[in-house]
Design a protein around this ligand. Structure first.
Ligand code: HEC
Length: 85
């Protein structure tokens, strides 16, 4: 998606967005291991933003969506992954 954004390359953007929207998540990330952390919402958010990324046409919309996605990655990593170390 990053390469699609900065290229810019429509094909790369769409390939990344489609892969992300259909990506499988680990059971930890899905929130099945520590449901009290509420990170399953972040999985839903990434899927939602990825599906928006597929229909986003302008560079501005794509950049904004990409930012939302990365922010969601970081939120969950802060909440759960970094605590596992
Ligand atoms: C719902 C929580 C959650 C979200 C959202 C999330 N991750 Fe993760 N991520 C994890 C957890 C937990 C791990 C630790 C390993 C595992 O469970 O497989 C991980 C591991 C990783 C790893 C493996 C290398 C490492 O540093 O441990 C990468 C790369 C990664 N995530 C990238 C991303 C990206 C990019 C996004 C956003 C598109 C994202 N993650 C969103 C929970 C999340």
């Amino acid at each position: 998606m990053w390469e699609g954004l900065i290229g810019p390359s429509n094909d790369r953007w769409l390939e990344g967005a489609r892969l992300l929207s259909g990506a499988r998540w680990s059971i930890v990330a899905e929130g099945n291991v520590a449901p009290e952390l509420g990170v399953a919402d972040d999985v839903a958010r990434v899927r939602l933003y990825a599906s928006r990324a597929i229909v986003a046409k302008t560079q501005d919309d794509r950049a904004a969506t990409y930012g939302e996605i990365l922010g969601t990655c970081a939120r969950c990593h802060h909440a759960i992954r970094d605590r596992l170390k």
